[in-house]
Write a protein that binds this ligand. Structure first.
Ligand code: TEU
Length: 638
């Protein structure tokens, strides 16, 4: 890979793996097509001319940061065919449980481990192979467990370590697997490491964090938090053992203190803790914002334009830091590899090129990653109130199917605990809820990759009609509301914007039956949905052959039975606006997947007598497909 300098042309930057990802991300954020860089005139522009050509919008600091970033990531993905034998996690269907909202066994209104045990029959009947538990560790729950106070203790509200051991045994007894959530970009401010670091100036834990001395009016840099405000919390001298004012970095809430991974003893602690859980028999981890763990030395100020484009200042100094690959290799070699444990890294801001460097077979880093560029339309962010067009999902999926070969495994998700429900983002009208739930599943279980189902997705759960901020619990939402109000927004405007993107849409309790609170709890739930559980609940869905749930069960079974759907080739046959047809093939097997991405009837090509319909969400003649219809056909003749 030729060295990128300020003299390099944009086309050379776009030829650099991380450079391509960064340019694609910037174009996505501003709503421009990624093909914009293919324009020969644009491609010839030299980086150093961008400052003049942009009349200063792009400043010299931006160009210097870009050059330095690309120099720190010289590797090029290896796209040759993989040689490793099929791994269980390439064929598995994962199911994410947000324990707090899954099933409450003791009536305290909070989901717990026994509640998960009680629902294992549901998960086994659905056909999922592995569970991912969002954090269940001891935590003050400022961010619902993503602020860990003790990595080796179960949060009392979820039960005991004995309850966990029983859950793990029950999961394994069913031939299923279980992965945990590894949150090691930060700890709670109540973690013993942090309280010691704050209280004792010569504590060995002081270097575990980004602690900087300084008065309240001298914040160390201009980075902003993902949860509003600066990414630094000030501790007055009276609260620190040294009698000096201290600043501590937090990319997330002010109770989530970032760990300094450049400090070897911290890395050793993480390795030791991971091995402790792997010794207990867990099968791997999902690694929370793992691409953020390496920060640029010196913690330089973030570029104003990057901050404006990305919505968060400073992100260029940690989204793919200088020692990221090195740290991941150490973690894999010393903790995951010896146990054959699976790793899936959550990587916000990472694109296809860097993603292949993080997951490639033989790279020794991660097995899979979650990327996020498919979750919002070009030029949109989660808190924009807009209708998501499925054409964007199709183009994103097609890109990854094209660019990620057998050496890289795509992780496929649409819903998770951090995002509104995809059905509602596409079309919130109730008449389309079932068809959309089935269409989204038809994609997730028929393109190549590992599906990650989020709890309630199999039911067709949708966004909630929260009446006011009183119904919300998420620290990100509460902080954003306060920020909007402080900036002058009236209550209705601020609530409306938060409602569009609040993570609480995905965090309301799962509905198991038509009883009070959907059978989630016999007590008062910690958060309430809008009560559609009388009709939308698992018990009713299991009885309904046309439900989103039975469609998921049938699709998961079909995928498991089919080499073509598991590891076959993928060809996109129709990607015109509003249309999606792809073909999956393996020796002696071929499937066609025909989708209508619009809310109107559509004429489709009749595949003819060589194909038989295997699954059809709306039925109808072979040359037509209803609104958001999904039809899966298998080749039976020549
Ligand atoms: O999420 C990080 C992340 O990418 C999202 O939180 C996103 O940054 C945020 O919603 C702003 O768009 C992980 C966890 O999944 C999330 O639940 C935690 O809140 C966060 O990290 C901090 O641990």
């Amino acid at each position: 890979m030729p060295e990128i300098t300020t003299d390099s042309r944009l086309r050379e930057v776009h030829a650099h793996p991380l450079g391509r990802d960064i340019l694609d991300k910037i174009l996505l954020q501003v709503g421009l097509s990624a093909r914009w860089v293919d324009n020969p005139v644009v491609g010839r522009v030299r980086l150093r001319h961008l400052v003049r050509l942009s009349r200063g919008r792009v400043d010299a600091a931006f160009v210097d940061t870009l050059v330095r970033l690309l120099a720190a990531h010289p590797d090029v993905p290896d796209d040759s065919p993989g040689t490793a034998p099929p791994a269980w996690w390439k064929e598995a269907v994962f199911y994410q449980i947000y324990p707090r909202s899954f099933s409450d066994s003791d009536g305290d209104g909070i989901g717990d481990l026994q509640g998960i045990v009680d629902r294992l029959d549901h998960l086994q009947a659905l056909g999922v192979d592995a569970l991912w538990l969002s954090p269940i560790y001891d935590s003050p729950n400022d961010d619902n467990g993503y602020d860990i106070r003790d990595y080796r203790a179960i949060g009392a509200e979820y039960g005991s370590m004995a309850d966990f051991d029983r859950l793990l045994a029950e999961v394994h007894a069913r031939g299923m697997r279980l992965i945990m959530d590894l949150v090691v970009n930060h700890t709670s401010d109540e973690h013993a490491w942090f309280t010691a670091a704050l209280a004792e100036p010569d504590s060995p834990y002081r270097d575990y964090y980004f602690l900087r001395p300084g008065p309240a009016d001298a914040v160390p840099n201009n980075w902003t938090s993902f949860f509003s405000g600066p990414a630094w919390r000030h501790f007055p001298a009276s609260t620190t053992g040294a009698g000096q004012d201290l600043w501590a970095m937090h990319l997330f809430s002010s109770k989530q203190m970032d760990l300094d991974w450049s400090h070897e003893p911290l890395r050793a602690e993480v390795v030791d803790m991971v091995r402790w859980w792997l010794d207990k028999g867990v099968d791997g981890f999902r690694l929370d914002v793992v691409n953020y763990i390496s920060k640029d030395p010196g913690l330089p100020d973030g570029d104003a334009l990057v901050g404006e484009l990305m919505g968060f200042t400073g992100v260029e100094h940690y989204f793919a830091g200088p020692r990221l690959h090195e740290h991941l290799r150490q973690l894999r070699a010393e903790a995951f590899e010896p146990y054959g444990a699976v790793s899936v890294g959550e990587c916000p801001g990472i694109g296809s090129e860097t993603g292949r460097l993080l997951t490639g077979e033989g790279r020794g880093e991660l097995d899979m990653i979650f990327t996020f560029d498919h979750l919002e339309a070009p030029g949109k962010v989660r808190f924009d109130d807009y209708r998501y067009r499925l054409d964007h999902l199709r183009d994103h999926v097609a890109k990854y199917q094209r660019e990620w070969g057998s050496r890289h495994q795509v992780a496929l998700f649409w819903d998770n605990h951090d995002n509104p429900r995809m059905i509602s983002k596409v079309d919130p009208r109730p008449e389309h809820r079932v068809a959309l739930g089935k269409l989204l599943a038809a994609v997730q279980f028929t393109v190549r990759g590992t599906p990650f189902l989020f709890q309630g997705q199999e039911l067709g759960m949708v966004n909630q009609a929260f009446a006011s901020m009183a119904g919300l619990r998420d620290v990100e939402s509460l902080n954003k509301y306060a920020e909007l109000r402080a900036a002058g927004a009236d209550e209705a405007t601020a609530f409306g914007q938060v409602l569009a993107g609040t993570r609480d849409h995905a965090r309301v309790p799962v509905a198991w039956d038509a009883g009070p609170h959907g059978g989630f709890t016999t007590g008062e739930p910690w958060i309430s949905g809008d009560g559609d559980h009388e009709t939308w609940n698992m018990a009713a869905a299991w009885q309904d052959p046309a439900s989103v749930l039975t469609w998921h069960r049938d699709l998961i079974a079909l995928r498991r039975s089919s080499p073509a759907l598991l590891q076959g080739t993928t060809e996109f046959l129709d990607t015109r606006r509003g249309r999606w047809v792809h073909r999956r093939t393996a020796p002696g097997e071929e499937y066609l997947v025909v989708l209508n991405l619009t809310d109107a009837d559509q004429a489709v090509r009749d595949p003819g007598p060589s194909y038989e319909v295997v699954l059809d969400s709306l039925g109808g003649p072979p040359d037509r497909l209803g609104p958001y219809g999904a039809r899966i056909l298998r080749r039976v003749g020549d």
